[in-house]
Design a protein around this ligand. Sequence first.
Ligand code: T5A
Length: 247
Amino acid sequence: MDSRWHQEGRDQFDHHTRVTHVSAGRLIVFEGVEGAGKSTQVARLGRRLTAAGVPTATFREPGGTPLGDEIRRLLLDPASMMSARAEALLFMASRAELMAREVQPALEAGTVVLLDRFFLSTYAYQVGARGLPMADVQAANAVATDGLVPDLTLLLTLPAHVGIARATQRSGRDRMEQSGDSFHLRVEQSLAEFATAPWQAAHPECGPIVAIDAAGSEEEVATRVIDAVSARISMLDSLRTTLGVTA
Ligand code: T5A
């Protein structure tokens, strides 16, 4: 799937959308609960693509620019106090900066961009778990992304408590990770809904979302990731052969 081919869905989405994105590259997003293995899989796929000679860039949200890194520090600092609306807008300010300075230029240059979290995270955390109105968040997000639609989103599925255990084994809990079990369960449930066909049909701004089982070893998950990418991104469909995949 190519971001260029979403004209119809974008027009249906809302009047904020400006269809200015004619990109030679591809945008592949990784989403999932805390500790699902997104960063691990982004790094692995990035190394693979680079080794196969595919121009690749990887970014994470929030962050990826000087302003975004400052915003990330504020958002994740357990000492930060902020309302749900301020939190949502900070995530989106970081996103707007990353899109304008890094992602859109990279796509225009023909690069495959791997993005560790994007606006499905805002839908899951700030709408699904914090309870902000979907329509408001969608409209603000359209400003942040300027209507950019991912070519593919890989949703790494794992029970939230398993992911949190993985993440906290590695380091202490940041402000978001400290939000409590019921908060993270709502995130997990929201993400599960995003993988369904009816939800995706109602949200053309998200592009195709494919659920990937994130249980098992890093290698097993990496093989599922390569399968999903090579099956759905036509410019990368020779990847399995090129890399002779065994993760
Ligand atoms: N957020 C973000 C919002 O609320 N709204 C938004 O709009 C956006 C964009 C970001 C926080 O902000 C929130 C979501 C988050 O709370 P972050 O640190 O970037 O903060 O959060 P995460 O993306 O969750 O980062 P994590 O590093 O915690 O999770 P990952 O990237 O999913 O997991 P990863 O790869 O770092 O792995 C975690 C640990 O598990 C191990 C790894 O070695 C590592 O130790 N691991 C495995 N262990 C066993 N089996 C496997 N298959 C494993 N794969 C990795």
